[in-house]
Design a binder for this molecule. Structure first.
Ligand SMILES: Cc1cc2nc3c(=O)[nH]c(=O)nc-3n(C[C@H](O)[C@H](O)[C@H](O)COP(=O)(O)OP(=O)(O)OC[C@H]3O[C@@H](n4cnc5c(N)ncnc54)[C@H](O)[C@@H]3O)c2cc1C
Length: 403
């Protein structure tokens, strides 16, 4: 498809920015991605990629590359506090493929970023500029003017049709260009670790995700076999975000009751002092765009990760926004339609994510009622509850049996 003459600048080469770049390039739009880091970031740990996101990535031609670097868990073992056996195993694997014609996979965030980056490099109409500093943008009649010393150095004028801030949680585009709010600390920390897969033998099933529920905390663990690792993350409350916690390895600080769960204690010990604490923040703003500037991904709507959907929503955003930017008469119209198409769904997903946190962390006696409901719900209860989420086709805007 020939380039249609439009140039879209994107701030940020994360999952949102790179997916949008690919999706736009397929419509023949010229894309310039401006990334603050000097190289593609290898940060992060495991990501669950649900079928609503995967079907978009597959249509972008990434099925094989993602398949080679991801793993499809066969189910989710749910262990309530101190249970030796799972209360229920929620089906994934073939059951997901059969229902949604797309898999549910887990992979390292850096692997997904690399797959997206490699695909972008095959397009002559995508340019990715790393190490960009002093980025600024001005919306003007008919387009934008982007400036950064690195743009001038490669001989680019900075004029474009639109600018999209895919610059994450603390997005300068949201805060400075759109005058939007700061991200809000959610009162929780995610403690993340990658441990040798071999060491988890006997603690978690090697072919499934494990979810350990406890009073005031929960743990998620799943295998990343192509890296010989297991991803382990524990969520717990913390009054303060602990400045610079990301760079300070230490051990999870959990409610005292957690020491009475032997499986949890064993998993915590496996990672020793290699844990990193990630303060969890959310972003809520009704203003995703102004003039010819807009937001995508965490910059627009960072949410709690308790439904594992932040990156999935960024991928869906990209799939919806790209055709609008390629075909709408002007960027403002594209951005209005994009926000209308996306905001309700993203708000609903954020609400479900927050509610999961409350449900997973229930204490006695509410936890007993929760456990009974989970057991009665059976192995397919998540499909019934989340059909609207996993079955959604962002490009078509439809979901089977939407409820
Ligand atoms: C513990 C945890 C577990 C999670 N698990 C899942 C999961 O299983 N599944 C899922 O779908 N989601 C999950 N998420 C959410 C997911 O990680 C995020 O929603 C997703 O990575 C957001 O992608 P993004 O591209 O919007 O932002 P980011 O990944 O933050 O990328 C933003 C990019 O913008 C760049 N940038 C920032 N400022 C500037 C600037 N001024 N100029 C240029 N570039 C700039 C940054 O360097 C970065 O490269 C999880 C999150 C956490 C915290």
């Amino acid at each position: 498809m020939p380039a249609n003459g439009r140039t879209v600048h994107i701030a940020g080469a994360g999952i949102a920015g790179l997916t949008l770049a690919l999706a736009l390039a397929k419509f023949g739009v010229n894309v310039v991605v401006l990334e603050r880091n000097p190289a593609l970031s290898a940060f992060g740990a495991g990501l669950q990629i649900s079928p609503n996101a995967r079907r978009i990535l597959d249509r972008l031609g990434l099925s094989e590359a993602i398949g080679a670097r991801s793993f499809e868990p066969q189910g989710i073992d749910v262990y309530p506090f101190r249970h030796g056996q799972p209360l229920v195993t929620l089906e994934l694997g073939e059951a997901v493929r059969a229902r949604y014609a797309s898999p549910y996979a887990v992979m390292h965030r850096a692997d997904l970023a690399e797959v997206l980056h490699a695909a972008c490099k095959r397009f002559a109409n995508i340019e990715i500029v790393f190490g960009v500093e002093q980025l600024s943008v001005e919306s003007r009649d008919g387009g934008v003017l982007v400036s950064a010393p690195q743009l001038a150095a490669i001989g680019r004028s900075g004029e474009g049709f639109a600018f999209v801030g895919a610059d994450g949680l603390h997005s300068p585009t949201r805060r400075k260009s759109l005058g939007g709010p700061d991200a809000r600390y959610a009162g929780r920390l995610a403690w993340r670790a990658l441990v040798p897969l071999e060491a988890t033998r006997g603690l978690i099933a090697p072919d499934r995700t494990s979810l350990l529920l406890g009073p005031g905390y929960h743990l998620v663990a799943y295998p990343l076999p192509h890296r010989g690792l297991a991803n382990v993350v524990v969520f717990s409350p913390a009054r303060r975000p602990q400045a610079d916690a990301e760079s300070r390895p230490t051990r999870p600080d959990l409610p005292r009751a957690s020491t009475r769960d032997p499986r949890l204690s064993a998993l915590l010990s496996l990672a020793g002092d290699t844990w990193t604490a990630w303060p969890l923040y959310t972003v809520r703003t009704g203003d995703w765009h102004r003039g010819n500037i807009s937001l995508i991904g965490d910059a627009a709507h960072a949410m709690l990760p308790f439904q594992a959907q932040g990156a999935a929503m960024a991928i869906e955003d990209a799939a919806v926004l790209a055709p609008l930017l390629a075909t709408s008469p002007d960027a403002g119209t594209a951005f209005r339609r994009y926000q209308m198409a996306r905001q309700r769904r993203v708000t609903r997903v954020a609400r479900v994510s927050r509610a999961n946190g409350d449900i997973f962390h229930m204490r006695w006696p509410l936890a007993l009622a929760r456990n009974a409901a989970m057991r009665m719900g059976g192995a397919q209860s998540h499909f019934r509850r989340l059909n609207w989420l996993y079955g959604y086709d962002a490009e078509a805007g439809t979901s089977p049996g939407t409820t």
